[in-house]
Design a protein around this ligand. Sequence first.
Ligand code: DDH
Length: 290
Amino acid sequence: DSAKPSAAFVPTKADYEKVYNAITDIFDKEGYDDGSLAPVILRLAWHASGTYNKEDGTGGSNYATMRFPNEAGHGANAGLSVARDALEPIKKQFPWISYGDLWTLAGVAAVQETGGPAIPWRAGRIDGVEAHQTPDGRLPDAAQGSSHIRDIFGRMGFNDQEMVALIGAHALGRCHSDRSGYEGPWTFSPVTFSNEFYNLLLNDAWQWKKWKGPAQYEDKKTKSLMMLPADMAVVQDKEFKKWAQTYAKDEQKFFDDFSKAFSTMLELGVPKEQWKSEPYKVGQPEAAAA
Ligand code: DDH
């Protein structure tokens, strides 16, 4: 049999670099929050991936099931249409990329372009059908504490260290009263990826915010920063606190551990045979990618 050349377009790393560049072009948005869509786009990548259940292999980024009304309507996903809609023109421009690959690559870009570590990533997710949607309740509830966090992230296969590293993403972005009900940013620089979340959590004085909204903390000094009950659990739990102290002291260690855990998170639920290559670094200078 003579092998017929396939007519299908086979994207290379250079093609994903083009998608990456198109994504970074939409981040800056004057008048929106703190001037960038990067935080809400990171949240989309995480919520698309964090539904994974290691017991039965369901959920995760493979099928991009948040495209469907049922999962899009889960309480935890409130507000993420902002991120999905912002990425839609890029899907139109590069119709060959799957939604799962697009959303996770956009999460990589959000971390990297706000000054965070390089996140190894690879292509291979496919678009699924409505039946692939996961039931509500797989993402964490901000009102709860460490045992809930261990249940949720343990179900994805993560250990204490990885959980604490992943939650450090709250250096970025803010809460919106019309989305989650909570309000305000975690840090003074919500469009810079850093270890500030741990520093503030450990070193600032926190008190319950007096307001009609859901129970959340505010910093005593300026009353302009916030922590969720689930964030506070990171210093209330002895095992978690050890890692928060490590990451507050050593930003490079946080970056290294976040990169590993987040890269793993973005791959949850994707069958091995679907991957098109080993993970690589997109959007990084060649020297760093080598
Ligand atoms: Fe988160 N997060 N998150 N989070 N998250 C919210 C916003 C953002 C929890 C609750 C909330 C992670 C873990 C947890 C980001 C990234 C990550 C909001 C506010 C709530 C509530 C939503 C709104 O009102 O707009 C809880 C609970 C947990 C937990 O671990 C127990 C993780 C692991 C990540 C990650 O990226 C790896 C980001 C970024 C935002 C800011 C979004 C924005 O629009 O700004």
